[in-house]
Design a protein around this ligand. Structure first.
Ligand SMILES: Nc1ncnc2c1ncn2[C@@H]1O[C@H](COP(=O)(O)OP(=O)(O)OP(=O)(O)O)[C@@H](O)[C@H]1O
Ligand SMILES: Nc1nc2c(ncn2[C@@H]2O[C@H](COP(=O)(O)O)[C@@H](O)[C@H]2O)c(=O)[nH]1
Length: 206
């Protein structure tokens, strides 16, 4: 029996839309059946953030070395800091037949689309721009200047929405999670069906 490779799930969207909140809710559910890929960043830890849990926190020089060594599946410079996905963890987990969940910004998602077009791309959208701004301000983790830069980036990021397989509105966290779980389940059913058809074709069946 051939062991299936896992599914790569990419959740992206503007800063403040609620990606982290939704991801944490998804991973708190007992029947969640995918693994979270912890990113690397050169951003300084926020209060309460733990190295190796929220991110692998790196200095710029160390991050650039990882880029040179090809250790990142994708990376982006976003509002003055590097962010990237360690490639080994993703490959090893997918090879073991487990699904991997990435929570990344849109430049990184664009790189994954080129390298892994069969991944599942989900864009988390805010109910409105003003709500997005309110959430970023309300989180209270960034300076006024950084918030303005993130909002400027969000305007460009929202224009990329149509490149995604699905757009999920994060009006309410629980609803957004239900929608994402339904999308992942449907994608598995689709892949299983395609696989069955392919195997039947190889055997010469209709
Ligand atoms: N559905 C929602 N309704 C109201 N507030 C929300 C909702 N989802 C998230 N929030 C709040 O919005 C703020 C930003 O959420 P979060 O940090 O999860 O966003 P993010 O997309 O992960 O941001 P970043 O990309 O900057 O890491 C938080 O204060 C969070 O509690
Ligand atoms: N391209 C990547 N983007 C990532 C990665 N990990 C997180 N992110 C995104 O960066 C912004 C800012 O994050 P913050 O923690 O400083 O608020 C946000 O959109 C994250 O989703 C990654 O590995 N690659």
């Amino acid at each position: 029996m051939i062991k299936e490779r896992g599914l790569l799930i990419v959740l992206s969207g503007p800063s403040g839309v609620g990606k982290g909140t939704v991801r944490k809710e998804l991973f708190s559910q007992p029947d969640t059946n995918y693994e979270y890929s912890i990113s690397m960043t050169t951003r300084k830890p926020r209060e309460g953030e733990v190295d190796g849990v929220d991110y692998f926190f790196k200095e710029r020089e160390g991050f650039e070395k990882l880029i040179e060594e090809g250790k990142l599946l994708e990376y982006a410079e976003y509002v003055g800091n590097y962010y990237g996905t360690p490639i080994d963890y993703v490959n090893e987990t997918l090879d073991a037949g487990r699904d991997v969940f990435l929570e990344i910004e849109v430049q990184g998602a664009t790189q994954i689309r080129e390298k892994a077009p069969h991944a599942l791309f989900i864009f988390l959208a805010p109910p409105s721009l003003s709500e997005l701004q309110d959430r970023l301000i309300g989180r209270g983790t960034e300076s006024q200047e950084v918030i303005q830069n993130r909002i400027a980036a969000a305007n460009e990021e929202l224009e990329m929405m149509n490149l995604y397989d699905y757009v999920v509105e994060n009006d309410e966290v629980e609803l957004a999670c239900e929608r994402i779980n339904a999308i992942i389940l449907a994608e598995h059913c689709r892949r299983e069906r395609v696989e069955k058809q392919y195997l039947a074709m190889l055997k010469g069946e209709k």
